[in-house]
Design a protein around this ligand. Structure first.
Ligand SMILES: [Zn+2]
Length: 216
């Protein structure tokens, strides 16, 4: 039986996240949300994180500004400005262990994702770094993404899918997608496939040279 883990990036959004949480609750699915620090500066954003946490979802750090991938960010304090500044808002809401997902610009994997300083920070603070193996493009095609999503699920034993709880992305087709996935025998799990977690609680679990900018 194939497994599917859902993750939602770039939120929380006051219009969309509550409705995504409702859809997940109606299907009894636990997912993972990778949130942006800039969305947590408001009380409303922090309350949405608390609601997701209380519903049993895992919450991770997805950088503060989501502007430049860490491997391409020239700022000497990029790690502090993106990872640590988000953690300062997130840590009071969400207990350890700490989760981080780098953003890749359209979901691409490669050396632009991380800098060596970012890796050092993640290891020192015992983060788990969570990647993905499916990006069906919900933000590009809010109605058609389930076709690609189901094809990805059919092609591998355990899919860790990136969706987005932002306007004009996954929400419109989410309920229908989950129904089709269940009809096709996919089993939803909050567990992540190990090959999508190159750093686990501060321990580098595999060769990550392809994910780290050289010399950065
Ligand atoms: Zn993102």
């Amino acid at each position: 039986m194939s497994l599917l883990t859902l993750s939602f990036d770039n939120g929380p959004d006051p219009e969309v996240t509550p409705r995504v949480l409702d859809v997940l609750a109606s299907h009894d699915i636990t997912a993972q949300f990778f949130v942006l620090g800039k969305q947590l500066v408001t009380e409303e954003g922090r309350c949405l994180v608390a609601r997701a946490r209380d519903a049993g979802h895992l919450i991770g750090n997805h950088s503060f500004t989501h502007a430049i991938p860490l491997g391409e960010d020239p700022r000497p304090d990029a790690v502090e400005a993106e990872i640590a500044a988000t953690d300062a808002l997130l840590a009071p809401l969400v207990p350890a262990p700490k989760w981080f997902r780098p953003f890749g610009g359209g979901g691409k994997l490669g050396p632009h994702l991380l800098s060596q300083r970012a890796v050092d920070h993640l290891v020192r603070h015992r983060y788990s770094c969570v990647l993905w193996n499916s990006v069906p493009g919900d933000w590009l095609d809010p109605t058609g993404w389930p076709e690609r999503a189901l094809a990805d699920c059919a092609a591998q034993p355990h899919t860790l899918m990136v969706l987005h709880d932002i306007p004009n992305a996954s929400l419109h087709a989410l309920d229908g997608f989950i129904r089709r996935a269940k009809d096709q025998g996919l089993r939803f799990t909050p567990e992540r496939p190990s090959d999508c977690v190159p750093i686990l609680e501060g321990r580098i679990t595999r060769d990550i040279t392809g994910l780290v900018a050289p010399g950065a």
